[in-house]
Design a protein around this ligand. Structure first.
Ligand SMILES: Nc1ncnc2c1ncn2[C@@H]1O[C@H](COP(=O)(O)OP(=O)(O)OP(=O)(O)O)[C@@H](O)[C@H]1O
Ligand SMILES: [Mg+2]
Length: 205
């Protein structure tokens, strides 16, 4: 699995930044624990806390965090849980890939573009890419792949971030959405690998 955390780190340019960010990393570790996102996968926990700290720094206007977050990996490893916290804490819009497919199936090109118009100038989280059903679409990458392409353009033009989760492997992702989409993801997001046991199967509610 890919670790592309470097994209997150490069925003820390001097010692003062490093000290401030590390203080916020500590703050967000406590925050995540408080909202029941724990360090069962320590590496993922550290990287997610680090990303929250940098996102906080961006909100404060002290850094220009340029990459979104892509949580990539196993089923039941806390990807959606972490993204919901990112969404509620930073006021970021949240949509499931499945919902994108449904809206396209209902509204076609026109209905879909009206439906997503509201996010055009906003940061967005797309959850569970690859879990949506296939809907008839003329592009090679399907409607979700095409939407990722639109978000890429928005990112290059306006700097608006897109965060995503997926449990597809690299191979399956490329199979489904093509090399072009995969290549864009690499540029626009930092990857965090999510490995570990499926919490849904190992924990009793
Ligand atoms: N690190 C974690 N700390 C606390 N709870 C966790 C953690 N990881 C998973 N869980 C719990 O496990 C369950 C599944 O988590 P979640 O839905 O976030 O998984 P997911 O990675 O999005 O899975 P999927 O790939 O199927 O969408 C939730 O109840 C969640 O709270
Ligand atoms: Mg999920």
């Amino acid at each position: 699995m890919i670790h592309d955390i470097q994209k997150f780190l490069e925003v820390e340019k001097n010692d003062a930044d490093v000290i401030m960010v590390s203080k916020w990393v500590g703050h967000y570790k406590t925050f995540l624990q408080k909202y029941k996102f724990d360090d069962r996968n320590q590496k993922m926990f550290e990287q997610v806390a680090h990303y929250f700290a940098l996102r906080h720094a961006k909100r404060e206007g002290f850094t220009n965090l340029s990459a979104g977050l892509l949580l990539f990996g196993g089923v039941g490893t806390g990807k959606t849980h972490a993204m919901r916290l990112l969404s509620s804490h930073f006021g970021i819009e949240f949509v499931e890939a499945q919902e994108l497919a449904v809206q396209y199936a209902i509204g076609g090109d026109k209905g879909f573009s009206e439906w997503v118009a509201d996010w055009k100038y906003k940061e967005l989280i797309i959850d569970d890419i690859g879990a949506e059903r296939e809907v008839k679409h003329f592009g090679n990458a399907g409607i979700v792949g095409e939407f990722i392409g639109q978000r890429y353009n928005l990112w290059t033009l306006e700097g608006k971030l897109t965060h995503m989760t997926s449990n597809l492997s690299e191979e399956d992702f490329i199979d489904r959405y093509g090399e072009r989409t995969w290549s864009r993801l690499h540029e626009m997001c930092g990857f965090v690998s999510c490995v570990g046991k499926d919490a849904r199967r190992t924990e009793t509610p």
